[in-house]
Design a protein around this ligand. Sequence first.
Ligand SMILES: [Zn+2]
Length: 109
Amino acid sequence: MYKVRKTMTVSASHHISFAGGTQTEPDHGHNWKITVWCASEELDADGMVVDFCDIERRICGYLDHGDLNELLPFNPTTENLARWICDQIPQCYQVEVEESPGNAASYER
Ligand SMILES: [Zn+2]
């Protein structure tokens, strides 16, 4: 099994809407530190599990300097963001997203 790990930072704003609709955070930004793990039993024709640039394009290219509430069709919590990132990359099996120092969520499939 081949495995690769990529780390990247996305600067983006969001706000969380709490269940019941009685409370919504004000918009604010984070520098989200994202770590993505990918695996494959076979390498592609270029000898890669996945092209690091392709991950960068799919995740940073879409989210960086954006408003997560506009870009994503769900309440953009750190947990939901980790799941969404994993779903964008077929070879991905684990994602960790650190919203701010000490506050992180991960998703593993
Ligand atoms: Zn936040």
